[in-house]
Design a protein around this ligand. Structure first.
Ligand SMILES: [Zn+2]
Length: 347
């Protein structure tokens, strides 16, 4: 986080730095996109005010004002730019809300809200980005993560259902309803012959259940057809034979990796490694609500996929993602008090 220190002097410097990331080619009006804007006096918290000339003409007003954060995810926040800069830096270090609160010297509840907003912004922009696809050699696997409403009476009432049962007592594959939502992981193996190749790219999705009907649309959308596709023998992946060069390892007979006659290594070990990294990350949150699981998973996915970059580059990519949305997803979610079904996310 050393590079942030020059901007951590005061709110004005922090605001200037964040503005530079939001509008690298000069300030544009968030309402009309015009660059015919005039700077005005700053707000008390250091944010710069601007007056948009075309908007003022259109509205027939003397002034049409906006600030550095109008129309962005940070618009409704009362946190100061300096604190935000620090919180985002700590967020990137995979800390939980308590640790962020201690390190940034803010209230735990505020830290929790900031982190949900950041994770929600990354989920909305990066995770749901429709053009991001995996190709060449792709492994798929599923795992299960315990996550419930932790029996909070308020939560149970809100979701209008019976209290969660203990997942362990139930037979069969776990589902979200049982309190153990499955996760689907897709990973594009890193090209080891290319020194400069980026980290192995992953796509992680929290599911309601593991049925072919649930995972097929995701795999079809996220893996380019014609790719080599590696899974275990689990029959939900059978459909993949049509579009992909589908190869399986039979975990049931103790086979975990093999080299096919054409020299291709068939295994899901890359994905297994990512699961253990994800578990370490999620354990850190000490019990996770199903309402937030997909947000934390999205943060892990984003940070993993940018792991080959310098810390500063990742920081700036994250901020550009966050500034590219007004934060509708998170606002919608706070009103719904529950996880938004995937069908609404894939538009
Ligand atoms: Zn305007």
């Amino acid at each position: 986080m050393k590079h942030l220190i020059p901007y951590l002097q005061d709110d004005q410097k922090a605001a200037d730095y964040l503005r530079q990331l939001r509008w690298p080619d000069g300030v544009q009006c968030p309402h009309c996109g015009s660059d015919a804007v005039e700077p005005r006096e700053r707000c008390d918290n250091g944010l710069q005010r601007f007056h948009c000339v075309p908007c003022a003409v259109r509205l027939g007003q003397q002034f049409a004002m906006f600030t550095d954060w109008t129309g962005s995810i940070f618009e409704e926040s009362k946190l100061r730019p300096l604190d935000w800069l620090l919180v985002i830096g700590l967020w990137q270090l995979k800390l939980n809300a308590t640790e962020v609160a201690t390190a940034a010297d803010i209230q735990a509840r505020t830290a929790q809200r900031c982190i949900n907003l950041l994770d929600g912004g990354i989920y909305e922009t990066y995770h749901l980005e429709p053009t991001r696809q995996l190709e060449h050699q792709v492994e798929a696997d599923e795992c299960y993560q315990s996550a419930g409403s932790k029996g909070l009476a308020r939560e149970v009432e809100r979701q209008d259902r019976a209290p969660r049962q203990r997942g362990l007592q139930l037979r069969g594959r776990a589902t979200a309803e049982m309190g153990r939502p499955p996760l689907l992981g897709l990973v594009q193996r890193r090209d080891k012959t290319d020194q400069d190749a980026p980290a192995a790219q992953v796509y992680l999705e929290v599911l309601e259940n593991v049925r072919s009907a649930t995972i097929k649309p995701i795999i079809t959308a996220k893996v380019k057809s014609g790719a080599q596709f590696f899974t275990d023998e689990y029959n939900i992946y059978r459909f993949a034979e049509i579009d992909y060069d589908h190869r399986t390892v039979n975990h049931g007979t103790g086979e975990y990796a093999r080299r096919d006659p054409d020299g291709i290594c068939v295994h899901c070990n890359t994905m297994e490694g990512i699961w253990s990294g994800l578990r370490n990350f999620l354990d850190h949150f000490k019990g996770i609500s199903q309402r937030f699981l997909h947000l934390r998973v999205a943060r892990y996915e984003f940070l993993h996929n940018h792991g080959h970059l310098h810390w500063r580059q990742t920081f700036e990519v994250a901020l550009r993602c966050l500034f590219s949305t007004p934060g509708d997803y998170w606002r919608r979610m706070t009103h719904q008090h529950r996880r938004i079904p995937l069908t609404l996310c894939y538009r």
